[in-house]
Every structure is written in structure tokens, then in C-alpha cells.
Ligand binder design. Sequence first.
Ligand code: ADE
Ligand code: ZN
Length: 322
Amino acid sequence: MSLRALPKVELHLHLEGAAPPALIRDMARARHVDLSGIFDAAGGYRYRDFTAFLRVYEAATAVLQTPEDYARLTRAVLEAAASEGVVYLETFVSPDFCGGRDLLAWREYLDAISEAAAASERDSGIVMRAIVTCIRHFGPDKARQAALCAAETAGAFLVGFGIAGAETAGRPGDFAYAFDMAREAGLGLTAHAGEWAGPVSVREALDDLRVSRIGHGVRAVEDPALVDRLAEAGTVLEVCPGSNIALGLYPDWRAHPIDRLRAAGVKVTVSTDDPPFFHTTMTGEYDRLADAFGWEAADFADINRIAMAAAFCDEATKDAIA
Ligand code: ADE
Ligand code: ZN
């Protein structure tokens, strides 16, 4: 069975984290920025652990300087996703990287990204929506500024607000004000949790940020009561197994908890997170899940239904895709 052609819904992808290394290298060369330290001999991104990954991610992101750069990035990312069968994609974008949280600048970046997404939709049919993400290790003040940018630009294209970055920096409650602002603006809410910290981090994201989706969330499996809570509440996990394995959270695919969480009734979905960093694609994720757990086309269809229902876009968009 070829899983490439299967229509896929992806809810968790960082726009800069999906940048093809060749694109970043090109832009760095044109700007005379020396980025040789972030690439390995094969031309891929090089990092040792999660902390180094974040450093390389931010170094690569620093060459994306103008709204036009982000338009070019968006086109490249959507072309790659469409070739994997992705029909609907939510990508994290960050006012921290796009205009330094200045609202006027942010609008220019968002317009460029949205126009590029519309062009890709005309070309291949792929539909993209954006989620503003604040960066946890940049602290609550910057998160509030990012949330303000998100609230001011919420609409048909910008549909959500979230938090990424180092999960061990601060506590979810520190970011409650930013999430309250985003909620009042009508944005869908998601938080990275249960990746680098355990079940407490997931509980706090649910209690203090009142999110409907959790980025990763896989370490909830360490607490059976929390697994029951997630299942009962219908909280959706944006699971990125290839990312977790590449970053050493689990030794191999069979050890990954996605199948156990699903069997316990938790709504799991599948995404790539930062595909070139983790040498993965959506088809690659599906192939590995089929190998490890015997998942078949019907299982993937079920997961995609869950993902589409949990998407932050409006109902008309969902109806047009389903
Ligand atoms: N930013 C990009 N990828 C991330 C991940 N896997 N966890 C936290 N922050 C991120
Ligand atoms: Zn992520």
C-alpha cells in the first residue's frame, strides 16, 4: 500500500523548522552570512541534542529577514507538503522572528505568508492556516507582545495561538495572560507540553492555558489518570513521532507511546514538527507507523478525521476539504 497518495491533515509544523537546508544555505550565501557550522557533511542540519537543535533553528531562522523571504519559504514548504499528500496544514509562525513583535512589521510578514499560501493553494490545492506561536524561553513579556500581534491579526488565515520552545523554561501559568488575550480574540489554543517535561506540564497547560490541543503531549502516557482525563475531555494531541525519536525521547518507533495513547481513547493526530531537521516527511511518518504498529489506511483515515475536526479553521473551510 502506498501511503503517499493518502490525503493527510497536518496540524503541527513550524514554518522555519520546515525550511529546506538548501534554501537557508542559498539565502545565507546571498547575504554573506556564514552558517557553515549548522550543516553536516551531507548538507543537512547538524545538532547534538534539543538545546543545540533550538540554537541551530534560531541561527537558520536569522537568515530569513524580509517578508519576501518568508513568502519564498512558505511556497517551498507548501510545495513539499503537497507532494506528500497533505491537503490541509497548520503552521506555527512567530512575531518574534517576523518583525520583532512590531505590529506593523508583523502585518507585512503575515500578508506575505498568506499571499504565498493562496498562490500555493491555486497551484496544488493545499490549504494552509497559521498559528502564532510565542517562544517559551523568550519569557512571558515577549509572549504577551506576540499574543497582541495574534489578536490584532486574527481572522480567516490566522486561526490559532500557541507556545513552543524550551519546555523547562518557566511554567505554563506564566503565559496565562497571553493565552487569555488570544482566547478573547477567538483564536484556537495549543501548547507544546509533555515533550521535555512530564505529565505535570500537560496538566498545567490544560488547567492554566485552557488549550483544546497539546503539541506532543506524549509523556502524558506516564500518568494513567491524565490519559483518562485527555480521553474524556477529547483533548487532541499533535503527535510528532519522528521528531520525538530523532531528538532521543524514545529509542525507536515501537517504543513510541502513540499506539498506546490511541488504544486508551486519546485523540491522537500525526505531524512532522520540523521535517528536514528530523529527516522525515508525512509519508515517512505514516510508513514507520504502519511498520511499527500495523496501522492501515482505515487507521490513518480515522486519524485524519480527528485532525480535521480539531483544526482551527472555520467550518466552511473544513467542509470544502472533507
Ligand atoms: N520549536 C520547533 N520545534 C520544537 C519542538 N519540537 N519543541 C519545542 N519547540 C520547538
Ligand atoms: Zn513543535
